[in-house]
Design a binder for this molecule. Structure first.
Ligand SMILES: CC(=O)Nc1ccn([C@H]2C[C@H](O)[C@@H](CO)O2)c(=O)n1
Length: 110
């Protein structure tokens, strides 16, 4: 069971703004369940930046990725295919984790 998840720093703002609402992971990172709250850190520095709530986990094939998946990743479909291919070269079976942000870092009050 996954108890935390990391994202590349370059996706942090898209996640916090709600522009990115899914992530596509391999089988090893698919062991989460609807309703689970996961702390989210950057992959590079392991810096926590929010918690997400898992809405659903659905298997999806790389060859079946659509514009809708890309929109949910805030990317074009060719961009999404390239990103996935870089992270998981040659992998066909992916898992779509749909999520919403439930906690973010506190902003200091002026
Ligand atoms: C370690 C690791 O695999 N980290 C990942 C994997 C994926 N992502 C992002 C990239 C894409 O936007 C989606 C789909 O894979 O998730 C990531 O940030 N970090």
């Amino acid at each position: 069971m996954l108890t935390k998840i990391t994202f590349f720093e370059r996706f942090e703002q898209d996640i916090l703004s709600g522009a990115k609402t899914i992530t596509l992971r391999d089988e090893a990172e698919s062991h989460v369940f609807a309703g689970q709250i996961l702390p989210v850190s950057t992959f590079e520095a392991d810096r926590w930046f929010c918690d997400i709530k898992v809405i659903e986990v659905v298997p999806v094939l790389f060859s079946a990725l659509t514009e809708q998946h890309a929109a949910q990743e805030n990317m074009t479909l060719p961009e999404l295919r390239r990103v996935i291919h870089e992270i998981y070269p040659g992998l066909e079976q992916l898992f779509q984790i749909r999520f919403c942000v439930v906690n973010t870092r506190a902003h200091p009050v002026d």
